[in-house]
Design a binder for this molecule. Structure first.
Ligand SMILES: [Zn+2]
Length: 187
C-alpha cells in the first residue's frame, strides 16, 4: 500500500478502552474545517471542548497522512453527544478516518462545491483496505458519519462513494489475484 509509507504519527488526547467491543466498522468523515490542514490536525490530536478526535487523518495535500489514536483504543468521532433516541454511539465498535475538507458552506459561498483530492481517494482506499484486511472487516461495513447520525451530521459531503467502492473492490481483487484468496476483502 504505497501511500501508507507516508504515514506519520501524532499522539491523540482521547484513547479510551473499547470495553471488549469487537471492531467491525469503519466510519469516514469530512473535517468540515474553518481553518487550515495544520489547524485541523492539531485540533483532532489535542484536548478540545468537543472531545473530538479520530484514529486517522488524511490531508488534501499529497503525502499528508497521520495516525492519531491507536486502533485498539476507543476515541470520539461517531458518538451520540446530543442523546438522540434513534442514534447509536458507534465509537466502541468503529475506527474513524477524517479527511480534511474546508467547511462545505464556505466552499459553496465561494462558488465551489465540497470535494476531495485524488490523494485522499487513493489513500482512503489503501488505508481502508489495510484495516479491513488486518481486522477481517467487511467492505459493506465502511459507512459515512452522516449515515449513522443523520440528525446531526452529513459528512463526508461531496464524497464520491462509487469511486471509493470501485477503488476498494479493484484493490481487493488485485491483492487477491497476486497474493492469494486470503487477501480478498470480505463483502
Ligand atoms: Zn464526522
Amino acid at each position: 500500500m504505497p501511500n501508507l509509507l507516508f504515514m506519520k504519527q501524532k499522539a491523540g488526547a482521547f484513547g479510551l478502552s473499547r470495553g471488549g467491543t469487537i471492531v467491525d466498522e469503519i466510519v469516514l468523515h469530512g473535517t468540515e474545517s474553518l481553518g487550515t490542514e495544520t489547524q485541523s490536525l492539531d485540533y483532532l490530536s489535542s484536548a478540545n471542548k468537543d472531545n473530538h478526535s479520530t484514529h486517522y487523518w488524511i490531508g488534501r495535500t499529497q503525502g499528508l497522512l497521520y495516525s492519531i489514536t491507536p486502533e485498539e483504543k476507543l476515541t470520539y468521532h461517531a458518538g451520540n453527544p446530543k442523546k438522540h433516541p434513534t442514534v447509536k454511539d458507534h465509537n466502541p465498535r468503529s475506527i474513524g478516518i477524517e479527511m480534511y475538507q474546508i467547511d462545505p458552506a464556505k466552499a459553496r459561498k465561494a462558488g465551489g462545491k465540497p470535494d476531495f483530492s485524488d490523494w485522499q481517494y487513493d489513500t482512503v482506499v489503501q488505508l481502508v483496505y489495510d484495516i479491513c484486511y488486518r481486522r477481517k472487516i467487511k467492505r459493506s461495513m465502511v459507512v459515512a458519519h452522516g449515515a449513522i447520525n443523520p440528525i446531526d451530521r452529513a459528512d463526508p459531503q461531496g464524497f464520491d462513494w462509487d469511486r471509493f467502492k470501485e477503488g476498494l473492490y479493484f484493490l481487493s481483487f488485485r491483492m487477491g489475484a497476486a497474493m492469494g484468496a486470503d487477501y480478498f476483502l470480505l463483502d
